[in-house]
Ligand binder design. Structure first.
Ligand code: MG
Length: 391
């Protein structure tokens, strides 16, 4: 028996490993800045001194075309700078780890998120509770989930949308636009809205492709076509343009690329540069920072939407743990990442039904990796990207 007042042995962080997975997508995913045929995820596995483990994911979209971090830079930031600073520390002290990493590493939010998720996962597993419980407890068992139509072809998108409605899988569609002329994009959106009618909500993501002038024509055309929301129509730094668009049209304007953590969130909210926040765990810098972005939106009276970097089931499970605790998600979520990949890497896949995604049960983030799939898709496993894509 320990003497009164003795401090229990802490559960130290023993090892932090990373690996890159390349998984083909079920179809080309056409964005304004890139076409994805493979998604690349960086997985983090933390081993603790008591034998427990935690897993996390850091994923981005389109290599370096979407943002400042690439899969390779995420892995390198963790291996070279974060892991050496964290090994030997108390694994239960997630806040201390987040604060230390913030001091040692500027930016690199996706890399930070991957490590932080693994720390929460490990802590939850040791305590036998979900990460949602660590954030105060889930208030939802399931959340509405959008599907992104991004084949690049209107007829293909319409067929895909009607099939999704029929299968009760999705009735919220986000269309990726911004690659073609504005009028062609508006016509594309109008065709799809006409095809799905009142059975579905249609929204668009321009991924920063428009100028303010393009956006004025675009928003006018989109709202006339029955589109409900436009995501990041202009570049992230054009906050005044975003504010003009948010004030000038009925269609909701959502910030995505403009939101890199709580400081950006405060700036966007105080400059009235959005009606809705797409909150992404990776882009925010982790679950805790994402919860702070959520709090700023709530305090400012803005709408909320759970955003994705098209993570695998692992990162998706982590995001679901946090968003399960958010009172109101007026615009739902887009946590469909695992459905865009040809293969599932979880032994316990996330459930999608009745137009919703279910919050995973179990301790930590509620995700168990399929070891064979990880071995198959890991980049250093000797397989080439071309072989994976079936070329
Ligand atoms: Mg977006």
């Amino acid at each position: 028996m320990k003497p009164a007042g003795a401090v229990s042995e802490v559960t130290k962080i023993d090892q932090i490993e990373t690996l890159i997975l390349d998984i083909p997508t079920i179809r080309g995913h056409v964005l304004s800045m890139a076409t994805m045929r493979t998604q690349t995820a960086v997985l983090v596995r933390i081993k603790f001194a008591d034998g427990s483990e935690g897993v996390g994911e850091g994923t981005t979209i389109g290599g370096l075309s979407y943002g400042a971090e690439s899969p390779e830079s995420i892995k390198s930031a963790i291996d070279t700078y974060m892991a050496p600073a964290l090994v030997g520390r108390n694994g239960d002290d997630v806040n201390g780890a987040v604060q230390l990493v913030d001091k040692l590493v500027k930016g690199n939010r996706i890399a930070k998120a991957a490590v932080e998720i693994a720390l929460w996962d490990g802590l939850g597993k040791r305590l036998g509770v979900s990460v949602a419980q660590l954030f105060g407890g889930a208030v939802h068992e399931r959340l509405p989930v959008a599907w992104t139509l991004a084949s690049g072809n209107s007829e293909t998108d319409i067929a895909e949308a009607l099939q999704m409605i029929e299968a009760c899988r999705h009735n919220i569609f986000k269309l990726k636009i911004g690659k073609r002329d504005v009028k062609d994009d508006v016509a594309h959106v109008a065709r799809i809205k006409q095809a799905v009618g009142d059975a579905a909500s249609v929204r668009v993501d321009v991924n920063t492709a428009w100028s303010l002038q393009d956006a004025r024509w675009g928003l006018k055309g989109l709202q006339d076509a029955g589109c409900e929301l436009v995501e990041q129509p202009v570049p992230a730094r054009y906050r005044r343009a975003m504010a003009e668009l948010a004030a000038g049209y009925e269609i909701a304007v959502m910030a995505d690329e403009a939101l890199n953590g709580p400081e950006d969130a405060l700036e966007v909210a105080s400059s009235k540069a959005a009606d809705v926040f797409a909150v992404k765990v990776a882009q925010s810098g982790g679950l805790k920072r994402a919860s702070e972005v959520v709090a700023i939106a709530q305090a400012a009276g803005l709408g909320l939407y759970g955003g994705t970097m098209l993570e695998t089931g692992l990162g998706t499970a982590a995001a679901l743990q946090l968003f399960a605790t958010v009172e109101r998600l007026d615009w739902g979520t887009e946590f469909f990442g695992p459905l865009l990949l040809t293969d599932e890497i979880l032994a316990n896949p996330i459930t999608y039904r009745d137009f919703c995604v279910e919050i995973p049960k179990g301790a930590g983030i509620g995700a168990t990796l399929d070891a064979d799939k990880i071995a198959f898709f890991r980049r250093d496993g000797g397989r080439t990207l071309k072989a994976l894509a079936g070329e």
